[in-house]
Design a protein around this ligand. Sequence first.
Ligand code: ADP
Length: 585
Amino acid sequence: MTQRHAQRSLALLLPAILALALARGRQRLDLYETSLEREIDKYAFFPATLGLERDVVDLLTNGGEELTGRINRYLAELNKRAGSLSIYVLDSRGRVVATSNWDQPDSFIGEDLSYRPYFHDAMAKRTGRFFGIGTTRGQPGYYLSSPILVDDHSVGVAVVKVSLEQLEQSWSTVEAPVLVTDENGVVILASVPFWKFTTLMPLTEERRKELAQSLHYNARPLPPLGLQSQGVVGSDKAEIVQLVRPAAEASQTFPVSGLFLSQSAPLRGTDWRLTVLSPFGDLRTMAWLNAALAAAAGVILCIAMIALYLRRVRLWERLRAREALQRAHDELERKVEERTRTLKEAQDELVHAGKLAVIGQMSAGLAHELNQPLAALHTLSDNAIKFMQRGLLEDAESNLTLISELVTHMGALTSQLKSFARKSTGAPRPVEVRHSMENALFFLDRRLSQRSIRPEIDVDPSDLAVLADANRLEQILVNLLANAIDAVEGIETPRLSLSARRDGERVRIEVRDNGSGFSDSVHARLFEPFFTTKDSGGGLGLGLAISAGIARDFGGSLSAVSLDGGGALFVLDLPSAAVSEIIDA
Ligand code: ADP
């Protein structure tokens, strides 16, 4: 990525980077501050406890060589155990009267340290805190001092000098450079050793001289670290700073050059400030990561929204489909109802047409049926006239009786024809089965006698009745009998039987013949409208379809089986009716 690109990306991501950097930096600052304070606190009460030592107070008030020797050894032992750099006691003039390094060549004994601020602080009964470089060994250290009081008067000062190097070393592995500056802005602790005794701000020449004179930093040159502010950000005075340092100073875990977010905080109980320099490089990566995460979250959100939208669309479509289905269903039902009505009407018409067809078929027989009595009537009436002319009144009377019987017979014939041709109401009523069978046979009488068929009727009990319409029941029986007559065509000894039996609440009417029977394929289509095996003109193929329809209308059924020994059996099942309910139609 080019510099320009990097800057542009940085500018775009700046708000995100900064928010992240500030939060992370604040965390680091808190962490380092706590560890530093803990380290210092370990020694905080050390000097004060020396003031409680009877011997130390005696030494300051009375002196004595032997006592000095004892305290020196005591301090040396204490220093060893505490792991501090040195422990020593100053008298009220600032001279070292006892020290842990009494037996070392660079012993502090007799040294005048009255110029050290920690001495003045302690003499003023305050706790002294000071970071400085020792004048003897040039060793940097942290000085903690406490007054040694007698009757509430400072008679001397106890000092412990500790090294914070261990802490510094642990800082070298942290992920961002950290440093501590003292009241003069001089770096006294740093995770990068090269930065120690540099200044955050360049010192004025005057101040530099002053510090050199005070031996505070043991005549160190105190060069500036080289931080260049790029601007303040956030509410807690964080700063973006630019730092350029030699690559050799870099630790394995953080860079030392580039842009940093500088955040600092004062250290409790001192005039020091702890500063953390969070490298932007790492933050930028994190910001990229954050941006990528945000983008990923955005994409996931988009996908979720699209999924939600698609779900909505699917639901909506399903709803619409359901509505459309409901509409189609309603429409279908309406059409079925309409068609059922039309079919019912058509069926009624067909039933009627079927009847007329039967009558048509019977017309020849009827003509014969009527012609015979008519001819007889003619002869009988002629003869009656002649008998009367001859005065043979008895003969005339017997002729007239015969004429009356013939007229009655013809009347019965025509009335039966009339009742058959009549359109029925279709309302179910109790109908005597035997009576309907006889009426049906009557219509087919001529065809039966032509083929010398003598149908057998077996109804048990003989007054067995069904709930139907007399006219329509006769129509079914006529259809079944007509088919049976056709089926026994060519059979040497044709047989046709009609039977009826009660079966619980039902009545089973059977029409059986010993005719040709039918094949399975014919059986499957028997009740189909317009299905016929008869020659053209022989049948319309409507008889069984209409008959089954009528049976259904009365809550019954019509079925058929082809008999093993030849012939067919048609079974009409209808609801039974009590005989007492029969109303003569
Ligand atoms: P159609 O008599 O006009 O052919 P149907 O609906 O009454 O119409 O009969 C349909 C067909 O059923 C007949 O053509 C015939 O093949 C068969 N069928 C009906 N009754 C019998 C029967 N008793 N024996 C054999 N086949 C029959």
